[in-house]
Design a protein around this ligand. Sequence first.
Ligand SMILES: *[C@@H]1O[C@H](CO)[C@@H](O)[C@H](O)[C@H]1NC(C)=O
Ligand SMILES: *[C@@H]1O[C@H](CO)[C@@H](O)[C@H](O)[C@H]1NC(C)=O
Ligand SMILES: *[C@@H]1O[C@H](CO)[C@@H](O)[C@H](O)[C@H]1NC(C)=O
Ligand SMILES: *[C@@H]1O[C@H](CO)[C@@H](O)[C@H](O)[C@H]1NC(C)=O
Ligand SMILES: *[C@@H]1O[C@H](CO)[C@@H](O)[C@H](O)[C@H]1NC(C)=O
Ligand SMILES: *[C@@H]1O[C@H](CO)[C@@H](O)[C@H](O)[C@H]1NC(C)=O
Length: 406
Amino acid sequence: MQLTVLLSLLFLLSTTTTFTYGHNITKILGQHPSLSTFNHYLTLTHLAGEINQRTTITVCAVDNAAMSEMLSKNPSITTIKNILSLHVLLDYFGAKKLHQIRDGSALSATMFQATGSAPGSAGFVNITDVKGGKVAFGPKDNGGNLDVFYVKSVEEVPYNISVIQISKLFPSDVAAAPTPAPSAMNLTDIMSAHGCKVFADTLIANPDASKTYQDNIDGGLTVFCPLDDPFKAFLPKFKNLTASGKESFLEFYGVPIYQSLAMLKSNNGIMNTLATNGDKKFDFTVQNDAEDVTLKTRSTTAKIVGTLIDEQPLAIYSIDKVLLPKELFKAAPTPAPAPAPEEVADAPKSSKHKKPSADAAPSDSPADSPVGDAADQAADNNASVRLDGGRLVAIVLSLCLGLLLL
Ligand SMILES: *[C@@H]1O[C@H](CO)[C@@H](O)[C@H](O)[C@H]1NC(C)=O
Ligand SMILES: *[C@@H]1O[C@H](CO)[C@@H](O)[C@H](O)[C@H]1NC(C)=O
Ligand SMILES: *[C@@H]1O[C@H](CO)[C@@H](O)[C@H](O)[C@H]1NC(C)=O
Ligand SMILES: *[C@@H]1O[C@H](CO)[C@@H](O)[C@H](O)[C@H]1NC(C)=O
Ligand SMILES: *[C@@H]1O[C@H](CO)[C@@H](O)[C@H](O)[C@H]1NC(C)=O
Ligand SMILES: *[C@@H]1O[C@H](CO)[C@@H](O)[C@H](O)[C@H]1NC(C)=O
């Protein structure tokens, strides 16, 4: 009986790791044509996905006329994202709560504040009950001006999401500030300032790879940079790679599309990189591990540990390990007794431009052949069986512990 309870508890735990809740903001707003522009831009800025993954929030929507006014100034997509993220309150305000605010006034944090793009108090919104039962809003950095009013409730799903309509967009110079053209951003400066200096310096020392990164910013770029300690420890192996191996290795850490953390959490699967080129796959697998997002190749698993910047079209995350592309590094030696193959493929000195697998293992190496590939695959399968075994042991152990505690 207790066992059954525990088992169902464990089952519950293992099934609550999905990241979308019941609500779909696109669908909710889709029923209101007068809010369609607001809805469209929530999708375009990828805020919709982030809203769907949160609970206890309030979305303050405005009608198409208010959106047109803002859009007439031709803001960049990043600026639009900043503006709209100021309209997602990180608290639940249904119609009733709005009209019964304790002490008549409250400050709410917003998604703009949560992204870290908002300096000081710029990411907070003041909500105040004014005379005549009206509810007024104003961003905290607006000099105490509360000139935005509650219009009506659009949808309430207590206490997950409340969607309300307000009279106009919150006037915030900070959120509406023009953002630098993405291609003017200096990737390596951002990395260096946030714990990925060794990787950044290595990138600067490899102009071809640097250029590939820089050229891809405008079209959307996501970078996963290894933190200084693991990358420093890895440098001797990096130095052993050929020139084209180095370039591919560095480009392997960039993905030519913009991916917010929310998108990474909901789009698990294989991801191509800047190094992907024809039959040189240089890809990795993105996978959730509870609240974490992991990146996997055959031999390594790294975890996203920080967000350095997330301003569409550019996102840079730090990872806790050096991820090894299978094209350059054979599977790490498993506890097998057999002598491990050398870890770094010492590729033949290749001419500057890459033959299909010039920077993979030497062509006479078995790892290059389909047979070697298949063997790697088998080793992987066995490894995963071992992993499952380990997990089983962990579950049994926690069961025993649970029983002891009961
Ligand atoms: C509200 O969110 C919770 C998760 O926090 C979810 O289990 C529940 O189904 C949601 N409720 C509705 C009505 O969508
Ligand atoms: C949300 O609803 C929209 C429109 O109904 C649909 O296209 C989209 O796939 C939905 N998203 C999710 C995550 O279910
Ligand atoms: C909100 O703004 C009003 C008017 O400027 C001010 O009186 C009130 O103290 C503010 N509320 C909070 C919680 O800061
Ligand atoms: C970024 O800044 C560093 C120095 O901080 C400089 O060496 C590098 O060339 C810059 N990169 C670009 C693309 O401007
Ligand atoms: C670099 O390559 C040489 C020659 O193949 C090898 O002896 C050495 O162990 C390698 N160093 C590292 C750090 O992998
Ligand atoms: C994997 O396990 C199978 C049996 O399950 C075995 O035949 C095979 O040799 C193993 N492969 C490796 C690479 O250990």
